[in-house]
Design a binder for this molecule. Sequence first.
Ligand code: SME
Length: 148
Amino acid sequence: MNDLEILNSIRNLISSVSDASSLLAEAVNLLRRERPHYHWVGVYLLQGEELVLGPYVGKPTVHTRIPLNQGICGAAASTGQTLIVDDVNADPRYLACSLETRSEIVVPIQHLGRVLGEIDIDSDQPAAFTPHDRELLEAVAALLAERI
Ligand code: SME
């Protein structure tokens, strides 16, 4: 699928899937399936001062709750800015999820300027995420923000 087809599929899910958790599960599965360099795809939801892991696809992670002042996940949520890390092992903020992971993108999900959560994606390839991935995932996050 090209980016537009992915966004249309997410729009269809938004109108057909009734609960937010199933919608997020379908969305992470779609991204994992359609973009082979996305090896781990998950959504964290902000609860108070912590990010709580929601639906994900990939290996289980120990980081099911991440305080806002920790990790690449915490940095993206606290600034409301997308973060792309080309080499996770060179970033002191990085909380390791899997030894194979080499790069990561974290895209905040925001509504009316308020961070609700984020999309977190790991790749086993170094520098796997381009401005093109960022554009796609920011558009996906904007769609999901309507429903979580
Ligand atoms: N790497 C993230 C933690 C989440 S796991 O990758 C699933 C971070 O540094 O915040």
